[in-house]
Ligand binder design. Sequence first.
Ligand SMILES: [Zn+2]
Ligand SMILES: [Zn+2]
Length: 164
Amino acid sequence: MLLKINKFLSSDDVSLIVKENFAIDDDEFLDETRLDKNVLLTGEIFKTDDSVTFSGKIEYTLADECARCLQEFDNRIETKFQAAVVQKEDMESDEVQMVITDGIIKMDDTIKQLIYLSLPMKSLCDKDCKGICPNCGANLNNEKCQCENSLTDSRFDKLKDLLK
Ligand SMILES: [Zn+2]
Ligand SMILES: [Zn+2]
């Protein structure tokens, strides 16, 4: 994942629009995060006399599991970032940094870091997901189980008992 911006840096332009499709070439990382290897990077790089900053967004898809119904689904994640484009990484700084060498930014590590930071802790396949029935385990998005009725019935039976 290399981003060549040498032409932009030597030009008079103050900003550069970026839209790149990257494929992450790291099977271990992909296995661990369950990510689809295709990542979309968009944004804009701004140049001043003494600094270069990258204001961008990363979009990726991961094989996720719904916390409510436990079904797998493709979760599309977007994460925005602001990074300083630097010649040499400043270990003291807590900014996100991208190192540039000969007008080329090596994106791999920064992108992986941004993905790690944005991985969801708990996901829902849909904000209205109905979940699974705690009694029979049916996925209530796909089927309507009979449990609710029988629960109501048993409560009704107790009432009847009380009335006797
Ligand atoms: Zn769900
Ligand atoms: Zn049920």
